[in-house]
Design a protein. Structure first.
Length: 94
């Protein structure tokens, strides 16, 4: 997928984009007193990636427990792509 598509194509997961936007907005509001913009930006990016990883893990674990099967690498990549709007919210304003 090209960079433009990755940045702007939300796919079917509009909720992920909305959640990401709320997360980013709350982090910006909380770090408003930061002395440097780069520190705030770093906090924002790390927090969004951690939340994205948590979403991917939660979906994979729930799927695995529901079906009593091990989650495949391919399935994990599919979930990671589906949750991409959460990451996009930190890069491009929704």
């Amino acid at each position: 997928m090209k960079l433009r598509g990755w940045l702007f194509d939300r796919g079917d997961n509009l909720a992920g984009g909305i959640y990401g936007t709320i997360l980013v907005t709350s982090i910006i509001a909380a770090s408003d007193s930061s002395h440097t913009i780069w520190r705030s930006f770093g906090i924002l990016e790390v927090t969004v990636v951690v939340f994205w990883l948590a979403h991917v893990y939660a979906h994979a674990l729930a799927w695995s427990l529901d079906r009593n099967e091990q989650f495949s690498r391919r399935g994990l990549l599919q979930v990671a792509r589906n949750e991409r709007p959460l990451l996009q919210a930190a890069v491009v304003p929704s």
